[in-house]
Ligand binder design. Structure first.
Ligand code: BDP
Length: 596
């Protein structure tokens, strides 16, 4: 799926702003025809979660359905265009009506939705757009859901959160990213897939596949543009597809230090004229796992950074560009070079920004804490759809160096996880992902409860570990924690012989709490914990990186383990540094793994 842009053939009309809003806890909206539009006097800003924004209406922990309505003028010049309603993401489920007619449904959160709406609108007139959003989850969605009844039936009274979730972040609901009317020509460039290779230390190879929506005999003109330098090629489309190949001499490779981006411009031509055009940035780079090393453009690279979240006060999971810019500046300030989009795809804007700023990204689907007791064929189907749509969205980003096709399966510690069916499931998921993208390593972060025999290790290119010894286990005892962890790391490495990446380690830390003794929750303990882990991780020859959990404090469901927020941030929720930020800045200023 291509990101919307404005040029002579395409246009974008921003629909963000204030929308009419109505919750539907009893799910009567469809019966009462709310889809015809409504005006209740309750309003909400889009993009943004409803939770903190409308806390005063009792929505802080609201899980259920809510309706959005807005009158939108459709410009008459859209008459000759293909008109799309495009939303960067809605969490989690959504249904759409335009001028009272049902226009479509989506059950995949965190990823863009496109609906062709020509049949529903009259250019030159107003249209009423109504969207029903629902943030309830089930065994067959990603993430999987859980109810308080299930917690109680399973006699897991102390595990129950409010709202009930299988994961440790707030189940925000709402229209979370850009909402736009996008136009393209009726015959249009549908997808561009770019692969790059480094031929030698001067030349790069670019292979691009272009897909259009028609089988007509048309021609593609492709250009690689860098300042005044232009390489061009023309080729005919065959059944709506064309391939172009360029060799760039004196190529500027994309790297952390010099995230150089070329532009690929595609023009679609009939006999005489250009009928569509699309331009996208891309970088020439190569990511390879070689032995126990991660290589970027043939050079060893050690990952330093964070697991993050899309979370901020008031806006919740809503796209907020100043915060995105701030987070990248903070990551640069602290000398990080990478992050993981834990535990779901982040905004498209963030991925383009990572390309520009030279950050390496582990891109994750929301298969967080899969409980295999409730996984079924439909869960697998949903999982594949998330992977397909994520890779379709993010394939061309040079910043994306790895796919995480899950996180911490079997967090519940079920013994049947090892009986073969989970292994079959993961084999299928890894194989499916490799078929769509054979160029990037694939991983799934493993948790302590899934242990050293987690079937994901067998299929992962990189063994990713989330560990909290010294916190959830062996509390306040870093010597014991690191000695047990050291043995466990060796066991895992010796069994699978693949590089190990620490995708999570961290401790809850209350800013301003201090102690001269070892004391959990203090700023000193966070520093001691992180330093002990980093020393251990770097002492092993097979490790390729350290991602601290978490970049910043973030809101969670209610539970006695959480003081409103998960406090494992190195920055607080407002992005002010805790003491550990200065420690990491010092440790991370050296790009090499070996010297602290
Ligand atoms: C890990 C999860 C992460 C949690 C973290 C924690 O992957 O989502 O927030 O633990 O407990 O299990 O802080």
């Amino acid at each position: 799926m291509l990101y919307p842009l404005v040029n002579n053939f395409r246009n974008v009309l921003d629909l963000s702003g204030i929308w009419e809003f109505k919750t539907d806890p009893k799910k009567i909206g469809e019966r009462e025809k709310w889809f015809k539009g409504f005006n209740t006097g309750t309003t909400i800003a889009v993009p943004g979660s409803w939770n903190e924004q409308l806390e005063e209406l009792g929505l802080l922990h609201y899980v259920g359905s809510a309706w959005y309505s807005k009158k939108v003028f459709i410009p008459s010049e859209y008459e000759s265009k293909r008109i799309i309603l495009r939303i960067g993401s809605i969490d989690y489920n959504s249904k759409f009506w335009i001028n009272g007619k049902f226009a479509g449904e989506n059950k995949v959160g965190f990823l863009p939705i496109e609906l062709e709406i020509n049949d529903f609108v009259v250019p030159g007139k107003e249209a009423i757009i109504v969207i029903m959003v629902n943030n309830e989850l089930s065994d067959e969605t990603l993430p999987q859901g859980i109810t308080s009844k299930r917690f109680r039936d399973e006699k897991r009274l102390r595990d129950e959160t409010n709202p009930p979730t299988r994961y440790d972040f707030s189940p925000y609901g709402g229209i979370h990213r850009t909402i736009q009317l996008v136009t393209t020509p009726h015959c249009y460039i549908k997808q561009i897939k770019i692969d790059t290779k480094i031929l030698n230390n001067r030349n790069g190879l670019v292979n691009a596949e272009i897909i259009i929506n028609s089988k007509k005999s048309l021609v593609i003109s492709a250009q690689i543009i860098s300042g005044k330098k232009v390489l061009s090629q023309k080729t005919s489309l065959n059944s709506g597809k064309a391939k172009v190949k360029f060799e760039i001499s004196n190529c500027k490779f994309w790297s952390i230090d010099n995230p150089f981006l070329y532009d690929l411009k595609i023009e679609l031509l009939d006999e005489k004229n250009i009928i569509d055009e699309y331009k996208t940035p891309f970088g020439v780079r190569e990511v390879v796992i070689s032995g126990n090393k991660l290589l970027l453009n043939g050079k060893e690279i050690y990952l330093k950074g964070f697991g993050k979240h899309e979370d901020f006060s008031v806006i919740g999971k809503g796209l907020f560009l100043p915060l995105m810019v701030k987070d990248f500046e903070l990551m640069k300030w602290i000398n990080a070079n990478s992050f993981r989009t834990s535990h779901y795809p982040y905004s498209e804007e963030m991925m383009f920004y990572a390309d520009r700023k030279g950050f390496l990204v582990i891109d994750e689907v929301p298969a967080v804490s899969l409980d295999f007791r409730y996984v079924n064929g439909n869960t697998l189907k949903t999982h594949k759809e998330h992977i397909t749509r994520l890779i379709d969205r993010d394939y061309n980003h040079p910043s994306v160096i790895m796919w995480a096709v899950g996180n911490e399966p079997n967090l519940v510690g079920d013994k049947n996880y090892y009986n073969g069916s989970a292994k079959k499931y993961w084999k299928e998921i890894f194989g499916f992902t490799k078929k769509i993208d054979s160029s990037r390593p694939i991983t799934v972060p493993n948790c302590t409860r899934a242990g050293v025999n987690d079937p994901v290790f067998e299929f992962s290119d990189v063994l990713s570990l989330n560990r909290y010894y010294g916190w959830y286990e062996y509390p306040g005892n870093l010597d014991e924690a690191t000695s047990i962890l050291s043995k466990e790391m060796d066991t895992i490495f010796n069994k699978y012989k693949k590089p190990i990446l620490f995708t999570e380690f961290g401790v809850d830390t209350m800013p301003g709490l201090h102690s001269i003794s070892t004391q959990m929750f203090t700023e000193e303990y966070q520093q001691q914990f992180l330093e002990a882990y980093i020393n251990l991780i770097r002492s092993k020859k097979y490790t390729i990186g350290e991602h601290v959990w978490n970049f910043a404090d973030f809101r969670t469901p209610q539970h006695f383990r959480r003081v409103v927020l998960n406090l494992k941030g190195v920055f607080n929720r407002n992005r002010e540094p805790k003491s550990a930020a200065f420690l990491l800045k010092r440790i991370w200023q050296n790009p090499s793994k070996n010297k602290l």
